[in-house]
Design a protein around this ligand. Structure first.
Ligand SMILES: Cc1cc2nc3c(=O)[nH]c(=O)nc-3n(C[C@H](O)[C@H](O)[C@H](O)COP(=O)(O)O)c2cc1C
Length: 178
């Protein structure tokens, strides 16, 4: 699958098969994250991989999207190390969070290319997740990704069945024009 195909085919996976994710595929997904670009090549990311059923059940109880975490055979918690990338992009955006977001999207696209489904969860209480995994201060949870083979019918959230804004709505040339 080429990259543009993966971009077009990627959609949040809301139904996972029980089949395990082969190590080889998981490694490809993690490598896609590791190979992401980052500001000054600082690579301020860590990826906590959870396969243990008991851990997934307990984690799911901390999340509103817990059912997805329970159902997926693998869950990746993407962390950002603040101390490794301490700058503000444009004086505003924390660079370590931006870098980790880039690495997460690499994982999402790699998963699609490998025939897997993912769901990027950002709705969590960072303190609860950090306490649960023993994540120390200075590391921030940026995203939680259940990963598995998608079920036969992945329902949409009903909000955006392919409802992206048109190119004309989001693009301007030469000057700000919205
Ligand atoms: C950074 C990011 C975080 C997201 N976090 C959540 C989330 O916490 N809960 C949720 O239901 N969906 C989450 N999503 C999924 C988006 O809501 C979804 O991609 C969007 O509604 C478009 O849906 P579609 O891709 O099926 O068209 C997240 C997506 C992104 C890119």
């Amino acid at each position: 699958m080429d990259l543009l195909e993966a971009i077009q085919q990627t959609k949040p996976c809301r139904l996972f098969k029980t089949a395990q994710v082969p190590d080889e595929k998981l490694t490809k997904v993690l490598n896609a994250a590791r190979l992401a670009p980052s500001i000054d090549d600082r690579q301020p990311w860590r990826f906590l991989v959870v396969r243990d059923e008991g851990t997934k059940v307990k984690l799911s109880q901390l999340l509103s999207k817990g059912a997805l975490v329970r159902a997926a055979p693998v869950v990746i918690i993407a962390l950002a190390s603040e101390g490794e990338s301490p700058s503000l992009v444009g004086g505003v955006v924390m660079s370590h969070l931006l870098d980790v977001a880039v690495s997460i999207e690499n994982m999402v696209l790699a998963a699609t290319a490998e025939g897997l489904g993912t769901f990027w969860i950002s709705d969590f209480n960072a303190d609860k997740i950090s306490r649960f995994f023993g994540i120390p201060e200075g590391f921030q949870v940026v995203g939680i990704l259940p990963i598995g083979f998608p079920g036969p019918e992945t329902p949409t959230n009903g909000k955006s069945p392919n409802g992206r804004k048109s190119l004309a709505e989001v693009t301007a040339y030469e000057r700000f024009n919205w």
